[in-house]
Design a protein around this ligand. Sequence first.
Ligand SMILES: [Mg+2]
Ligand SMILES: [Zn+2]
Length: 273
Amino acid sequence: MSNNIVVVFDFDKTIIDCDSDNWVIDELGFTDLFNQLLPTMPWNSLMDRMMMEIHSNGKTIEEIEKVLQRIPIHHRIIPAIKSAHALGCDLRIVSDANTFFIETILKNLGISEYFTEINTNPGYVNQQGRLRILPYHDFNKDSHGCILCPPNMCKGLIIDRIQNTFSEGENKRFIYLGDGIGDYCPSLRLREKDFMMPRKNFPVWDLICKDPSLVKAEIHGWCDGEELEQILIQLINKIIIEENAQFISSDCKLQTLSIPVHETLPKALSVRP
Ligand SMILES: [Mg+2]
Ligand SMILES: [Zn+2]
């Protein structure tokens, strides 16, 4: 079963309930050094530097993996992902974490196969057994040109690229979920037929609230995994019902239906912040 819905998830504080970078640094006891270096370089470069420090202090990849396997996640997130997948959605991740952290966590949770694509900073273990974290966009070569986003990644450009892989005729509908400053740019790229699900009272929510009219997509806030699941599944069902209604009416069979299609739509949610 498939439908025309593409669900794009941010990872940190959206799928998992913390920031994976901070989690690894804190759990391995490198918070002070991290905070000391943070004002001196971009976050993504600092993470690569921190992995060097962690490695030279004798911490192994296995220790990093063990820490990642204990990552906090709300208990309704995995059911939400499985339901969205079962309803036929194309699930993708767009994250400023890195491939090593995300793949390790998804594999441990047993949900890797639900995602068609992970867009994030490359992370790999080098020959010395040290984790390297590189920028998604190589800003030493050129700038991605977006002033809203950090130099290593513009999530808006990634959304543009995904949108451009589909033709207009495919009529794809996007649902985007995120919490951070980096999720604001992609929210501006969504179209009227799409849906933005910002995490309430997190940075992306505050940015959207400054002028909600800048976001063309319908806005549905959520505060925790339970609300995320409830709203996401409701939106998916709403879109599926709309699509079926269009299909039926284009087939000129609407008058033969005994139940009015629109009465089965879920109740309106509080939309605008
Ligand atoms: Mg996030
Ligand atoms: Zn951007």
